[in-house]
Design a protein around this ligand. Structure first.
Ligand code: D5M
Ligand code: FE
Ligand code: ZN
Length: 605
């Protein structure tokens, strides 16, 4: 009987559970009568989800081909080198480091710390080995002491971090920790909403973008309608019937421009028909609010529709223009953003439970500050009123996020970065619940909304860590948090005069006014073509928590508290070239009963 499996089936099967196998070995397995059994056996001997370094996979694969007595692999040498070379390396050493990118088979990036490793493409001497029955070879591999040792090394990646990153581990884990205090209050009920994780529906087609913008428009139209009596869509306007009338119309901002005569114009678009309606102002008084408008957002404008100056059946929207009003009437300005209403106070928890907020930890970066982190851990352990921690993404520094990033990496393996994060979070008492979202440095898609980390990274964290997508709404005992990493902050600050990413709060205020965390499509923000716009702020939160710009900020707008939690990473050379001067080692604490916020700074502790 010949196997119905092909080589690529085998690599896919095993790659799917994180086990790397070279095509040559796959073909040997395929030659067996009982391919399925062999695959199962391999899967079962490595717990599902275990990832094996390319280097280790090579060792195993090599064993498929060789009888016991030919050319032993270099595991011993590797171990030796890993231990002796385990000091934190200096810059020159780092230049020799190689970062293996994960392959599409789900293979781990390997920590190729030395040149003795057998590399993927450098498998030699295969044909020189004695071919043996694959099933026997497999038994042999699985009983091979060294292979078992290697396996346990991966299962215990967290425990073996000391070997690979001794200096960092020494600072954070080899120190006397204070006894954690019993937490003062019981847990609260919580509810997570607006998380794309597991809900992604877009298929990446262009038509999905149409659906995304229709959905955005519909959500905003309904928010704006609440504040305006009769609100028109552009496609509802008939120039012959409505010419000369005063009306309020909502549309997506296609573009804005100021004419040579200093008139202000907005081209509004209907998402269904793509029809454009031009709105203009001749008076300077509109300038300030006009400058706050960005492309792709949804606004409403009020004015008078002109009479078309020709007659005929083919009269369309391009024959008319709305001349906008200059004045606010009955509390309604001539240009309206969906905005958040002034908050009425809602029922809050009566106990003084506190939530700590942090972000942009950038574990794995040279510039990460472990001693500042220790201050935070100690403070949490010693403050029993804190029951929750929110983490706003960029948990790790990641790998390959920008050109030449590896020069600035202390931990060059993404799995080790998350394993380190897991160890660090383990020092937070179990009864402190952590909610963590992701940012542009984390190992998830860059396009927003971002789903949360896969299990292959989440497995390094204890049960008190709940991973969520970006953005996300978390209702904690009646208090609504909106966590959004903040990738759009740069784009918004570039689009609106007078804003500066070093001062994130006024920018976050625009998110609230626009009821959207990333209103501009393009620039440095990638939007995923989902069929629903998860980035719309459906319900105004009590607290908007962002990060990304590595600057601390705290403020309030119409009763919504805004926090930007700075970073745990010092200035990188990239940031230096851009003139970004980060604030390192900050956390905010909010009291759920009073919504009062306090700022803490590690270096002052
Ligand atoms: O972002 C850290 C800081 O660097 C933040 O101020 C944004 C800025 N940044 C990040 N990427 C870019 C690009 N591509 N251009 C300009 N400025 C950028 P972090 O996400 O931690 O790298
Ligand atoms: Fe960051
Ligand atoms: Zn970021």
């Amino acid at each position: 009987m010949t196997s119905q499996y092909s080589e690529s089936d085998v690599t896919k099967e095993l790659g799917g559970v994180g086990i790397f196998i070279l095509p040559d070995a796959a073909s040997v397995i395929c030659e067996s009568d009982d391919t399925t059994k062999i695959i199962d056996k391999i899967k079962n001997s490595y717990d599902s989800g275990v990832t094996i370094d390319v280097e280790k996979a090579n060792n195993i694969t090599e064993n498929f081909y060789k009888s016991e007595n030919t050319n032993e692999t270099t595991i011993d040498e590797i171990d030796e080198n890993e231990t002796s070379g385990s000091k934190r390396k200096d810059k020159e050493d780092k230049e020799n480091d190689k970062i293996d990118k994960p392959t599409d088979m789900g293979v781990s990036t390997s920590n190729n710390d030395n040149d003795n490793n057998i590399k993927n493409n450098e498998m030699t001497n295969i044909s020189g080995g004695n071919y043996i029955d694959p099933e026997n070879a497999l038994d042999e591999i699985m009983s091979n002491e060294k292979a078992v040792k290697e396996k346990s090394k991966f299962l215990n990646r967290k425990d073996t971090l000391n070997d690979r990153h001794p200096e960092l581990c020494d600072i954070m884990f080899n120190r006397e920790l204070s006894e954690p205090q019993d937490r003062l209050y019981n847990e609260l009920n919580y509810k997570i909403k607006g998380d794309i994780t597991g809900e992604s529906r877009g298929e990446g087609k262009f038509s999905d973008y149409r659906e995304l913008f229709e959905n955005r428009f519909n959500k905003m139209f309904s928010l704006l309608s609440d504040r305006v009596g009769r609100l028109y869509r552009i496609c509802d306007i008939d120039p012959r019937r409505h010419g000369g009338e005063g009306l309020t119309v909502a549309g997506i901002v296609n573009s804005t421009f100021v004419s040579d005569n200093d008139n202000y114009f907005i081209d509004l678009e209907d998402p269904d028909t793509n029809e454009i309606l031009r709105v203009g102002w001749t008076d300077d008084s509109i300038k300030e609010v006009f400058e706050d408008i960005v492309t792709d957002e949804v606004i409403a404008v009020r004015g008078n529709l002109s009479e078309p100056d020709r007659k005929g059946k083919d009269i369309g929207l391009s024959d008319v223009i709305i001349w906008g009003d200059d004045e606010t009437r009955r509390g309604r300005p001539p240009i309206m953003f969906p905005d958040v209403p002034r908050k009425k106070s809602k029922k809050k928890p009566s106990q003084n439970i506190e939530v700590a907020m942090i972000g942009d930890i950038h574990i794995g970066a040279n510039e990460f500050y472990p001693r500042y982190w220790n201050k935070f851990v100690d403070w949490i352990r010693e403050n029993p009123q804190v029951r929750y921690i929110f983490v706003v993404g960029d948990i790790v520094e990641g790998v390959g996020v920008y050109p030449d990033q590896k020069e600035e990496l202390d931990i060059i393996d993404i799995y080790d970065q998350y394993a380190m994060a897991g160890r660090m979070f383990d020092q937070i008492p179990d009864d402190v619940q952590i909610f963590a979202t992701v940012g542009n440095h984390d190992a998830v898609r860059l396009a927003e909304p971002q789903p949360t980390l896969d299990e292959e990274f989440r497995k390094y964290f204890s049960d008190n860590v709940e991973f969520v997508g970006n953005p996300v709404n978390i209702n904690l005992g009646g208090v609504e948090f909106l966590m959004y990493h903040g990738m759009s902050i740069n784009a918004i600050s570039e689009a609106i005069p007078g804003l500066d990413p070093e001062d994130p709060i006024p920018i976050m205020e625009h998110m609230l006014k626009k009821r959207h965390v990333a209103p501009i499509y393009g620039k440095n923000v990638r939007l995923a073509p989902e069929t629903e716009d998860y980035l719309v702020i459906d319900d105004p939160p009590d607290v908007l928590h962002c990060g990304h710009v590595h600057k601390y900020g705290q403020g309030s707008y119409n009763g919504v508290k805004m926090i930007n939690t700075a970073t745990w990473q010092g200035q990188t050379s990239f940031q230096k070239s851009k003139g970004i001067d980060p604030e390192v080692g900050y956390w905010s604490v909010i009291n759920l009963s009073t919504l009062e916020i306090e700022k803490f700074v590690s270096k002052n502790m």
